[in-house]
Write a protein that binds this ligand. Structure first.
Ligand code: S3P
Length: 171
């Protein structure tokens, strides 16, 4: 597969982007970039701490910088934080130089996977399922602009990876 276009994974929190991107990078021998991991490394603190200490707009500013830099590169597998593609500037840049895949999940699947975890500040609320439903309803139309939609509701990363590789091989 000699297509050098970035493979860009977008979708909601807990849609399997991280594991899928790891496996894709391994199978393709590509570098993987996680926007969240770059932010945490650069800031030397957790996402929860960045949100608590600086607020969400600060986080989004750094996220945008990283996304725009990635979009200028090629041959990457990019694991986008859940908010990345909800931003039009981010999405357009990534979609221009990469192949975008929406890992689609229902609110129930997200809830099942995130229950009891505290590392996602946006879900640290009294009624996380309601919050997931509300945020996902807002973001889904943005995510759907991706070139491909992959059903990621089953806990089966292998199948998601195979589906993406099949599509990629035809490019
Ligand atoms: C966010 C998703 C998280 C992380 C931050 C905000 C969001 O990434 O970037 O907590 O706005 O949906 P994951 O999608 O990897 O959980």
């Amino acid at each position: 597969m000699d297509n050098k276009k970035n493979i860009v994974l977008i979708g909601f929190m807990a849609s399997g982007k991280t594991e899928t991107s790891r496996e894709l990078a391994r199978r393709l021998g590509r570098e993987r970039v996680s926007t969240d991991e770059v932010i945490v490394k650069r800031e030397g603190r957790s996402i929860a701490d960045i949100f608590a200490q600086e607020g969400e707009p600060y986080f989004r500013r750094i996220e945008r910088e990283i996304v725009l830099a990635c979009a200028l590169d090629n041959n990457l597998v990019i694991d986008c934080g859940g908010g990345v593609a909800a931003d039009e500037v981010n999405f357009n840049a990534l979609n221009k130089t990469g192949i975008t895949f929406y890992l689609w999940t229902t609110p129930e699947a997200v809830f099942r996977r995130t229950k009891g975890k505290t590392d996602r500040p946006l879900l640290n609320v009294e009624n996380p399922l309601e919050k997931i439903k509300e945020l996902l309803a807002k973001r889904d139309p943005h995510y759907r602009k991706a070139q491909y939609l992959i059903d990621s509701n089953e806990d089966n990363i292998g199948r998601v990876v195979d589906e993406i590789l099949t599509i990629f091989s035809k490019h």
